[in-house]
Ligand binder design. Structure first.
Ligand code: K1U
Ligand code: ZN
Length: 171
C-alpha cells in the first residue's frame, strides 16, 4: 500500500524514533509499504517517520540503471565514518523540489537488523553512503536543511509552509 509522505514542517519529522523490539508481520508489512511508497514517489530512500511511523526503519535503493536492489534496514547504526568527506546535492521527499549541497563522511560502516532477524554489516560509499546517512538522520529527527545556514533553512521552510497551505486549499 502506498502511504502518504509528510511534508516539512511537521513535528513528527523532528522526533527521535523508537527502536524495533522484534521483527513481526507488522514490521514486514511496514517495510513493504515503505518500498512501494519510495518507488512510487520516486525516491532512492525513505524513513518510517516520513510516513508518520515513529520506528527505526528505513528503506533504500540507489541503483539508477540495472536491476533494483531494495534494502530494508531496521535499527541501523553507523559504527564507523571515514575522515574524508563527500559533497552531494541532496533532496528530500518531505521537502519537495528543494535541493542543497550537504557535506558528509564519504564512507560509513553500518550495522542493522534485517527482516530475516539477522544482524548485517556493510560499508557504504558513493550515493549509498549519502543516502543511508540522510535516512538515519530522519530516524533522529534531523533533516538535510539542518546542515544549512539559518537564512537558507528559513527560506525553504517558508516555501514548504506555502506549499502545504496550497495543497490544503485544493482538497
Ligand atoms: O529520504 C528521503 O527523503 C528520500 C531522498 C533520499 C536522498 C536523496 C538524495 C540524497 C540523499 C538522500 C530522495 O530520494 S529525494 C529524490 C531523489 O533523490 C531521486 C528521485 C528520483 C530519481 C533519483 C533520485
Ligand atoms: Zn529525506
Amino acid at each position: 500500500m502506498i502511504r502518504s509522505i509528510l511534508i516539512h514542517p511537521d513535528p513528527r519529522l523532528k522526533k527521535v524514533c523508537d527502536p524495533v523490539a522484534e521483527i513481526t508481520a507488522e514490521v514486514t508489512a511496514l517495510a513493504n509499504d515503505m518500498l512501494e511508497t519510495m518507488y512510487d514517489a520516486p525516491g532512492i530512500g525513505l524513513a518510517a517517520p516520513q510516513i508518520g511511523v515513529m520506528k527505526r526503519v528505513l528503506v533504500m535503493d540507489c541503483i539508477k540503471d540495472g536491476p533494483p536492489e531494495p534494502m530494508v534496514l531496521i535499527n541501523p547504526a553507523v559504527i564507523w565514518s571515514s575522515e574524508d568527506v563527500a559533497t552531494y546535492e541532496e533532496g528530500c521527499l518531505s521537502i519537495p523540489d528543494q535541493y542543497a549541497e550537504v557535506k558528509r563522511p564519504a564512507e560509513v560502516q553500518v550495522r542493522w537488523l534485517g527482516l530475516d532477524g539477522v544482524e548485517h554489516e556493510r560499508q557504504f560509499a558513493g550515493l549509498w553512503a549519502t543516502c543511508v546517512q540522510h535516512e538515519i538522520d530522519h530516524l533522529d529527527g534531523k533533516l538535510f536543511i539542518d546542515y544549512l545556514g539559518p537564512l537558507k533553512r528559513q527560506m525553504i521552510t517558508r516555501k514548504m509552509e506555502k506549499l502545504k497551505r496550497e495543497r490544503a486549499r485544493s482538497v
